[in-house]
Write a protein that binds this ligand. Structure first.
Ligand code: TXA
Ligand code: MG
Length: 328
């Protein structure tokens, strides 16, 4: 997987843009982020404007290392220290009580803040050069598919971004796992790149997991991560029949063909064969959705993977992509 190391001059320039209150798109191991100086309320406000995201939706503050955690949060429980030590840098976000350094603009008015250390050399170089925290949501328009390449960011946000740091294709491909560590027992608010099994192995006890149908925290609406095409989920063995039925009804159907059906011919507009490895599926997921949109599909027929390991995060994103959409 391409992990381009940005030139030092690009990193310096991007850090300068952050200092001047501008927005920088930065690569992380999960997806690209749309970054601003976390301590600059005006710059943070611009993120919401460029994304078209309601200002009540909290953002993640990216920091350069676990040793900086106490600059941004208060009351760090032992479980949070353990998880930070074990999984940072990496696709894990911890929700903790915010310190006064974090403006309420970045937390959507909440007294908690989400923090993570991204595992990407370009993101870490930027954080080191900038010297502060970078608050960054995924660099997509609100509710849509997250970008996993610099080209996705440019296509989606264009002039809205002051500087795009190209760090190649994102290796994980789905967002970080968000764990709320403010309560007695940590709970997963969003499944992601660090698996529930890995978290539980380190903590030594089971975690609560989210139900996709409930809006648990601001910023997690039923319809999210959605391509333009409508997404329909069926059992894996029904994907081909459902796709052909919809195509016959006049839809331009895109198919997420499960790995077990690779050799089955499908009469549909466009077909993506799902990789057999769940890591490759996660890495490719958002690109597949974008590709089927680009090919002009108006309906995507897919099935859910087994909901363990990274499959839990993939299933969560597909359910939300298939969720009811706001009526225009
Ligand atoms: O992998 C990722 O997490 C990417 C990369 C760029 O780091 N970022 C990302 O950010 O996915 P975003 O804004 O698209 O999703 C962050 C989510 C919010 O939608 C919200 O649900 C949750 O994090 N969140 C943030 N702060 C929170 C808080 N204080 N309490 C509960 N949830 C919070
Ligand atoms: Mg997002």
């Amino acid at each position: 997987m391409a992990r381009v190391t940005a030139r030092t001059s690009d990193i310096e320039q991007a850090a300068g843009v952050l200092r001047a209150g501008g927005l920088v798109a930065l690569p992380t191991e999960t997806v690209y982020g749309l970054g601003a100086n976390a301590e600059d309320p005006a710059a943070v406000a611009r993120i919401f404007q460029v994304k078209g995201r309601p200002p009540s939706h909290p953002l993640i503050v990216h920091i350069v290392g676990a040793d900086h955690l106490d600059d941004w949060v208060e009351d760090v429980p032992a479980a949070a220290r353990l998880l930070a030590e074990r999984f940072w840098p990496g696709p894990l976000t911890l929700v903790l009580r915010r310190s006064r350094r974090v403006p309420l603009e970045a937390t959507g008015g909440l007294e908690t803040v989400a923090v993570r250390v991204p595992d990407h050399p370009v993101a870490l170089a930027l954080l080191a050069a900038f010297g502060g925290g970078v608050t960054a949501p995924s660099a997509n328009r609100f509710g849509q598919v997250s970008p996993t390449t610099a080209d996705h960011v440019r296509a989606e946000l264009g002039e809205g971004v002051d500087f795009v740091l190209d760090g190649g294709d994102c290796e994980v491909g789905v967002e970080s796992t968000i764990v709320d560590v403010t309560g007695d027992v940590p709970s997963i608010l969003r499944p992601g790149g660090v698996t529930r099994e890995d978290l539980e192995a380190v903590l030594g006890y089971p975690l609560a997991i989210p139900s996709a149908s409930r809006v648990r925290v601001p910023g997690q609406h039923p319809s999210h991560y959605a391509p333009r095409a409508r997404v329909v989920l069926v059992e894996p063995e029904k994907v081909v029949a459902e796709a052909e039925r919809a195509q016959e009804l006049g839809h331009q159907v895109g198919v997420f063909l499960p790995p077990a059906f690779t050799d089955v011919p499908v009469k549909a507009h466009a077909v993506v064969t799902i990789p057999g490895s769940v890591a490759a599926y996660a890495r490719g997921l958002y690109g597949f959705l974008r590709e089927l949109d680009q090919q002009g599909c108006d309906l995507i027929v897919a099935s859910l993977p087994v909901e363990e390991g990274l499959g839990l995060a993939i299933a969560n994103r597909l359910r939300r992509a298939a969720g009811p959409r706001p009526t225009a």
